[in-house]
Design a protein around this ligand. Structure first.
Ligand code: DAH
Length: 339
């Protein structure tokens, strides 16, 4: 009986094992009831006493070795298989998905509200001439009314006719540009980035505004009022109220300030709104001088305009609960991911 041959055969088979099924086959082949080792013991009985004495211990040794190997490998393999099953059933790690910034979402929502009424979204320069930002809006150079706009001027960029270059402090700078296109009637929605030297919970130096301008024959205040109501209903929901206060702007006559009841306290008064009402922005009937700058005859055409901050407008929406406009620009994911 060749113990050495049996050992070699086992060694060869051992190389081919890759999983627990292979291992089980191997176990049966060598250690099974009718396996190679059992057969060898049967044969051993037929041998002479001296042969038995020599081969017996060798066979026992081989049996133990095979048992030890199979046992060790089986523990190893089952651990590995368990682990790999575990990994397969774990939910995958999802890649982080970005989404549109809350200001962009607000811009898109506002566009959707005005679209059905035929408003056309336009954009005008973020850096524009004094003429469009002020002069053509009935605010002559050196006029004190301009102070309110806390304007950033672009150093070294000036034109004799157009004046200095400024970072547009409001989207009203698009009004006369739109009129000068020469197409009437006008239903403009100008949305753009503006800049002013102001910072507190309600103001940031770089913000967005949207400006509505309607010019046609026979336009009057009732059209403006109707539009404000339409916007409040469609953007904020039926429970929010607006009110109009007389105000003064150089480019509208009459002029109004449009307020909406505060979303945080719903009219009681809080740190954010103080009086229960928050200012959305300005509105009014386009001043005849502005129409003239836009080469439109004020005897034939009239119009209204309104201009509001996008961020402010969005902050007053139900459920947003944004109590500091600066959060919108803080780039803090804990804040931004909520929208
Ligand atoms: N441009 C003004 C501002 O930024 C807001 C404004 C007031 C716009 C009256 C208008 C308007 O169109 O009619 O404060």
């Amino acid at each position: 009986m060749q113990i050495l041959e049996l050992k070699k055969e086992f060694d060869n088979d051992w190389q081919t094992i890759s999983d627990s099924q292979d291992l089980e086959k191997l176990r049966i082949k060598y250690l099974g009831k009718k396996g190679k080792i059992a057969q060898a013991f049967t044969e051993l009985k037929k041998l002479s006493l001296s042969e038995k004495k020599q081969i017996g211990p060798e066979l026992n040794e081989l049996k133990k070795e095979i048992e030890k190997n199979i046992d060790k490998f089986s523990k190893n393999i089952s651990q590995k298989e368990e682990l790999s099953n575990l990994y397969q059933s774990l939910p995958g790690k999802k890649p982080e998905m970005g989404h549109l910034h809350v200001t962009t979402q607000a811009i898109r929502e506002i566009i959707e509200v005005f679209k059905p009424l035929g408003f056309n979204r336009v954009r005008y320069p973020e850096v524009d001439w004094d003429f469009f930002a002020f002069e053509s809006l009935n605010m002559p150079r050196e006029h004190a009314a301009r102070d309110e706009w806390e304007t950033f001027f672009i150093q070294g960029l000036e034109d004799k006719k157009m004046g200095k270059a400024v970072i547009t402090p409001h989207t009203s700078s698009g009004q006369v540009r739109e009129m000068l296109k020469g197409k009437l009637p006008i239903r403009m929605l100008n949305i753009g980035r503006c800049g002013r030297r102001q910072i507190d919970i309600n103001h940031i130096p770089s913000f967005y505004q949207f400006e509505g301008l309607v010019i046609d024959k026979g336009i009057n205040i009732t059209h403006l009022k109707g539009l404000l109501d339409y916007f409040a209903k469609n953007f904020y929901g039926p429970e929010r109220k607006t009110r109009i206060r007389p105000f003064h702007f150089r480019f509208t006559e009459p002029s109004f300030e449009v307020d909406i009841n505060c979303d945080l306290c719903l009219g009681k008064g809080c740190r954010f709104c103080k009086s229960g009402w928050v200012e959305l922005g300005g509105a009014g009937m386009v001043h005849p001088n502005v129409l003239k700058f836009g080469k439109i005859d004020p005897e034939k055409y009239t119009g209204f305009a309104f201009g509001w901050g996008i961020e402010r407008t969005y902050m007053m929406k139900s459920g947003t609960k944004i109590n500091d406009i600066r959060h919108l620009f803080s780039n803090d994911f804990r804040f931004l991911e909520q929208f």
